[in-house]
Design a protein around this ligand. Sequence first.
Ligand code: FAD
Length: 488
Amino acid sequence: MPVGTGQKIVIVGSGLAGGLLACALARLGFQVELYERRPDPRTAGYSGGRSINLALSDRGLDALRSIGLDQRVMQQDALPMKGRMMHAYTGDLTYQPYSADAAHAINSVSRAGLNLTLINEAATYSNVRLVFESTCIDADPLTGTATLRSPDGTLTTAQGDLLVAADGAFSAVRGIMQRTDRYNYQQSYLDYGYKELHIPPAAQLPAGTAHPDRFGGFALDPAALHIWPRRKAMMIALPNRDKSFTCTLFWPFQGDHSFEALDNPDKVRAHFQRHYPDAFPLIPSLADDFKTNPTGSLVTIRCWPWVMGRAVLLGDAAHAIVPFYGQGMNAAFEDCKALAECLDRARGQIAPALDEFQTLRKPHADAIADLALANFVEMRDKVGTRLFLYKKKLEHALHRRFPTRFTPLYDMVSFSLIPYNDARRRAAQQWQGFSILAFTILFLLLLSLQIILTATGIIPSPAAPPLGLLLLCLYAVGVSWLWQRFTP
Ligand code: FAD
């Protein structure tokens, strides 16, 4: 008998995580009720206000595989991007593969398409009930009950053996938990926001702007994620299946190069001509997009516990992160798979499964939150620099030479299932080992040089011992600095 037989699970929020979780729990035999405040996208079209496309990588694909959807998503919704394409002020392009392994790619998927695929799939299970236009306005975590309001104001309650909050960064269920004693909650906003712009297919651009066939009808190469790093600001662009691109500006709200500074269409156009000269002609709707599209904020949310009575938080409701590692959805999907596995292992017993789930996932959610914040600095300030490109080349060379001993952090995060915190620790240890080895070789070379120079009389003999001692001291200081610098 399936482990979930006879038990009901209420899920609030049918965004990306809610749909996937409904399928995973239905497969375990639970009765699933999924409540979503938006209209049914199967009939109403998608009405989400968030980013139009996102990067799906191995963790997300693995969770989709667990409900049999990975291949369909890859065929219907995904465009693989094997590297970053950096756009300099001059329009010069620098391509940099994401991995030493040419098969590795992150995938640009449509948020709306993926959401629809998940909802369509959830609807195929006879033990899943989907309820749209139903907003959770109250909850009792201890009894697993949600109070829901429909557009005409009717209130209903839904009670389950388990209540799952998959209702995103501003979760209503978490809001209730936050009001209880000793609840830990922290939110921090970046001084940066985001805004989306649209690059149409090449054929829809004025003649001479982009070659209609050069990139199969796209205005830019669709096999790359495009980045315009501008030190304190940046723009990225991801391809869509209809041959358009969605650009996202990540800019400060105020100050130089900020949203606030560009308060009329002329300023917008002049700014883009100056800072993004190669992209400017590709965005004919620039001034309109800039004025009309909302400026979103970027928040990191950490909270604890994720479990209270019969309720559990998951996805952005438990750990909203900034989007710079492209991992928020991937982590949310990983949560769904992990929760289903915990319930399976506990043979459907809710309390031990929830306990295992939150203990297992929290350190990794914290790790990817930190990595995502750090990656913003990398994407914005460093990707365009020579030093960054050399570092990436070195990482790839080391990985090719020692594939089992050195794996770049980006590969571990995006192309493996190594838990985030383990990946972070392992990356630090790898750099610790590598830099101490390189430093030791340098020290031995300098020592040999000193011995040769002393033997040939170029360095007078009395100077040799103090010089040797100095080298030794420098070596000790250097090693201890490297040790601390890379200690996870
Ligand atoms: P959501 O997708 O936010 O879904 C929550 C759902 O709950 C929504 O459908 C909402 O309508 C519903 N809801 C909310 N409140 C209620 C209520 N009271 N009652 C009923 N329903 C409710 N992640 C990646 O992996 N790769 C990327 O490239 C990437 N890019 C991003 C770019 C940007 C600009 C942003 C902002 C985020 C990006 N993310 C990315 C992160 C990703 O969008 C989120 O991590 C992901 O959507 C989380 O899924 P979720 O289901 O937990 O929450």
